[in-house]
Design a protein around this ligand. Structure first.
Ligand SMILES: *Cc1c(COP(=O)(O)O)cnc(C)c1O
Length: 410
């Protein structure tokens, strides 16, 4: 068999794998985190009102983003919930968000007794389809919450304009978008509030943690009070809570690790951007494959790389595509979440609380609500982006995808 023929034989069919060696790895936690932890422990308090780490983290994050206020909380989910509470979301209010996200995007909406409504998405950037967004907003919509999926900020100028015209506040869910920008402004600084996650999977991590940022002092105070039982820690004596809050506090230990991680963020994002942009370049012009794109002015920080395929061109579905690429030694997963959020049992079967349809009893969810979002999940494949991957790893990812696509297009 001629050499080129063997080289093009798919690994699933017994051909040689594209990826010869292992992907680059590294230690994301090290001496800097240890030093911060030592300092935190030496304070002899791990509580945020007594120590300096949480306060310092909030100051640093606000400084980085160019906003006045940041509040540290226990998770990204807690951040979203606290932001919604700060925005004044009450039972019965509507919140318009994305059907493709982590559960953390809707958990806070539902615990507020509010109703999530889902706008459809753009086929290539996976951010809001603006026509669908405008149509989905109702008179009861208090908040519009774009999700910067995969680290890619949506078209924030348009989203803000549409939301403002309808009297809605905007919360950016930036859990996947540490270090991303829109028209030069950091993601999270564009909306009325921005929320971040520090869980293990995100660009930077303290195991679990989150932040709420805002320019407005009123919104910042709202988030801070809500996240700490509505106790006003600045008052001389502890005043009885005026409203229902949660305990979403961050400890000094989480903040200590986060401070060290924050120092690494620029380098991490620089590596991820280089990889993401190279993937887009390398996958452009491949028949049956569509790269992940960003809206004009949006700079993704590439939490993952979600490409799409055209099954009618390739003759295979995204499951088969992902398996075939993975067999080449390049991990590739079909889609992201299994189905759109509104298709999840808790919403589709109206069982938010077991045995209770509240607060969504009158809303119709279920398949067909956002056709493009459903199509995105059914036709996408996910490549891993990681700051420890080498340039060669990225070239191998491109080669593997091209090899598979070329095989199926003949
Ligand atoms: C990770 C994530 C969250 C939730 O963050 P946790 O820290 O896991 O609670 C919320 N929204 C999006 C888009 C996420 O990716």
């Amino acid at each position: 068999m001629p050499r080129t023929k063997l080289e093009s034989l798919l690994a699933v069919d017994g051909g040689p794998r594209v990826k010869k060696g292992p992907f680059g790895t590294g230690q994301r936690y090290g001496e800097a985190e240890l030093e911060q932890l030592r300092q935190a422990l030496a304070q002899q308090t791990l509580f945020y009102t007594g120590g300096k780490k949480v306060a310092n983290l909030c100051q640093r994050v606000a400084g980085r983003l160019g906003v006045r206020h940041a509040t540290a909380v226990s998770s990204g989910t807690a951040a979203v919930h606290s932001a919604l509470a700060a925005a004044g979301v009450r039972p019965g209010d509507h919140v318009v968000t994305s059907p493709i996200s982590d559960a953390g995007t809707v958990i806070g909406i539902l615990f507020q007794g509010a109703i999530p409504l889902f706008a459809d998405l753009d086929p290539h950037t996976y951010s809001f389809d603006l026509d669908s967004l405008a149509k989905t907003i109702t008179d009861r919509t208090r908040v519009v919450m774009p999700v910067h999926l995969g680290g890619t900020p949506g078209p924030m100028d348009d989203i803000l304009k549409i939301a403002r015209e309808r009297g809605c506040l905007v919360i950016e869910d930036c859990a996947q978008a540490w270090g991303a920008t829109y028209k030069g402004h950091p993601a999270g600084s564009l909306g009325d509030l921005g929320t971040f996650s520090l869980n293990e999977s995100k660009q930077i991590s303290c195991g679990d943690g989150g932040l709420v940022v805002s320019e407005s002092e009123e919104l910042a105070i709202g988030a801070r009070l809500f996240a700490d039982k509505f106790y006003d820690r600045e008052a001389e004596v502890l005043i009885s809570p005026s409203h229902l809050g949660a305990n979403y506090r961050m400890t000094e230990l989480q903040a200590a690790v986060s401070l060290a991680q924050l120092e690494k963020l620029d380098n991490i994002v620089e590596r991820r951007v280089a990889q993401g942009e190279r993937l887009t370049e390398g996958l452009s012009g491949v028949a049956g494959v569509y790269p992940m794109l960003a809206p004009e002015g949006s700079q993704s920080s590439y939490w993952f790389y979600l490409l799409r395929i055209d099954p009618t061109v390739l003759g295979i579905d995204n499951q088969r595509f992902a398996e075939t690429v993975s067999a080449e030694g390049v991990p590739c997963l079909p889609g992201y979440i299994k189905e759109c959020i509104y298709q999840w049992d808790m919403l589709a079967k109206k069982q938010i609380f077991p045995g209770s349809a509240w607060p969504i009893a009158e809303v119709d969810y279920g398949a067909g609500l956002c056709p493009m979002a459903e199509s995105i999940l059914a036709t996408s494949a996910r490549l891993l982006v990681n700051e420890f991957h080498t340039d060669q790893d990225v070239e191998d990812q491109i080669t593997a995808v091209r090899k598979v696509a070329t095989h199926y297009t003949g």
